[in-house]
Write a protein of this length. Structure first.
Length: 505
């Protein structure tokens, strides 16, 4: 389930827009949250025209905006940048835009709200002005949708635009390594401790043994709730409330991360490929004291700039941070750096808990540049997003020998992030996302053809646009796990499917 976040200047209509889109009043949710009445705090959701369910976070206030955007790290898929047509872009519009860049939020849509208050020609002018504001940012060239939350005009177009943008994003990473950064912990009478957050990198199920990092608190999942509905398991990219047994609420705090036992470490020093905000006023200097924000955690830190003395607007460098409080993060995670008055920089973590690095050291910097390209496992998983591959295909794409690919291959299999089928490596992520597509194509065919007992394989394969060997592999896996039944040249789902006719048919 993808998650959308709103950004934009105060009073430009973010809350009103969410209310109009979802029917859920974010202000009311906030009140409920403050009074401890809601579990899926401050969190509205809607069903898009395609049937996809998305969650929407709305955050009042600047500081909380940054924290919530971060809390969704790996979870926020799309930012709606809200700009009021009667005012046009304001300082906070640019500021939020710079933060969306630092966070590398995957996609954005610009929503021109309050269009009922201005003539169309005026909205044209505002849009032209916006083009300047957006240029050079991640949202340059993003779709612009005009709406009025008041009259409802443009809301359908916005829903469709959200659908289109989300359908172009790659599936959520499933590395077989679930992590849920905790944004809130509380007690529910009779059930005990509950934590909320956005799950990334893997799945969770009721009964799983877990650990809260960096504190090292062992616990067990007693229940899971998503959008106020009880579920047995949860996939990556989903926001949820998780009921834990074996821990006390008093011992849990925001910033902890729920993961498999032993999966994470307490990190006190990290190296980041840092990029400064394009609109920074007081640039970051070597040896400065800063606040480091990562997912829901926060720590004071001292920064050592490794190949620069000062980081000017938009500039990049390598930086090592020494933290006052340990946090549970991993290479590849994004951090954001704040000084008391500004969001100054951000970027991906490249190394954790290493020794103190020397400044201006050529070979050291070269090694960091190489690490930035990713671990072998990450690179192979990235390649497998497009489909199954043989060992030799992976080796030639990575320009390395088959023996070292074999080692990476074994690691991925032991982590349950991939499986091997007839000499080809298949990522769990590819398999699951294509399985969903296959089930959907099959059920669409069967509901459009109510007299048929199965959907023709070739029809489903061409809907999925995949090669025959990969398709056969998918069919075998799905029938092996009893999610479909193959009938001659047809596919039935669920197994045992029989058409039921209406009296009219
Ligand atoms: P936020 O601070 O960005 O969340 O802004 P709000 O959603 O609280 O909206 C600020 C004000 O603008 C409120 O008084 C809303 O009623 C008003 N407003 C929001 N959207 C529209 C709109 O589309 N048309 C008109 N006329 N007023 C709007």
């Amino acid at each position: 389930m993808p998650v959308i976040g709103t950004a934009g200047h105060v009073d430009h209509g973010k809350s009103t827009l969410i209310h109009a889109l979802t029917g859920i009043d974010p202000d009311r949710l906030r009140e409920e949250k403050e009074r401890g009445l809601t579990i899926d705090l401050g969190f509205a959701w809607l069903t898009l025209p395609s049937g996809l369910e998305v969650g929407v976070v709305d955050v009042p206030g600047h500081e909380r905006f940054i924290k919530n955007m971060l809390a969704g790290a790996g979870g926020i898929d799309l930012a709606l940048l809200v700009v009021a047509a009667d005012e046009g872009p304001r300082p906070q519009t640019a500021e939020h835009l710079a933060i969306l860049d630092l966070l590398e939020v995957p996609a954005g849509i610009v929503v021109l709200t309050k269009c009922d208050l201005v003539e169309a020609e005026y909205a044209d002018l505002v849009e032209a002005e916006l083009e300047d504001t957006l240029s050079g940012s991640r949202l340059a060239g993003a779709p612009v949708v005009r709406v009025s939350a008041q009259s409802g005009e443009g809301l359908d177009a916005l829903r469709s635009a959200i659908d289109t943008v989300l359908s172009r994003l790659p599936a959520k990473r499933n590395l077989g390594r679930p992590r849920l950064p905790v944004d809130r912990a509380f007690t529910i009478q009779g059930f005990g401790a509950v934590v909320t957050g956005t799950l990334i990198d893997g799945s969770l199920a009721v009964g799983d043994e877990m650990e809260l990092f960096p504190a090292g608190l062992k616990c067990r999942i007693r229940g899971i709730q998503r959008h106020r509905t009880k579920v047995e398991s949860l996939g990556p990219g989903t926001r949820a409330a998780v009921n834990l047994s074996g821990v006390r609420t008093e011992d849990i705090s925001r910033g902890m991360v729920l993961a498999r036992p032993g999966a994470l470490k307490a990190v006190t020093s990290l190296v980041v490929r840092l990029t400064a905000s394009r609109i920074v006023i007081n640039p970051l200097a070597h040896d400065a004291e800063v606040t480091l924000l990562a997912a829901t955690s926060e720590s004071q830190a001292k920064v050592r700039l490794l190949d620069a003395d000062v980081l000017g607007p938009g500039e990049e460098c390598w930086a090592q941070f020494v933290l006052d409080f340990p946090v549970a993060i991993l290479p590849g995670d994004h951090v954001v750096i704040r000084t008391p008055n500004e969001t100054v920089a951000g970027g991906p973590v490249v190394a954790i808990n290493g020794r103190r690095l020397r400044r201006n050291n050529g070979p050291g910097i070269a090694a960091l540049n190489q690490a930035l390209a990713g671990s072998p496992e990450d690179r192979v998983l990235e390649m497998l997003r497009t489909g199954p591959l043989t060992l030799s295909a992976v080796a030639s794409q990575l320009q390395t020998d088959e023996r070292s690919v074999r080692e990476t291959w074994e690691v991925l299999i032991s982590r349950e992030a991939a499986t091997e089928h007839e000499g080809r490596l298949v990522s769990g992520e590819w398999l699951e996302s294509r399985a969903q597509d296959l089930l959907l194509a099959t059920s669409e065919f069967l509901s459009a053809n109510p007299l048929r007992r199965s959907a023709p394989r070739e029809h489903v394969r061409s809907a999925l646009r995949i090669e025959a060997p990969a398709f056969d592999l998918l069919l075998r896996t799905l029938s092996g796990s009893s999610r479909i039944e193959t009938r001659g040249a047809g596919i039935a789902a669920p197994p045992g499917y029989e058409p039921v006719l209406t009296p009219a048919q």
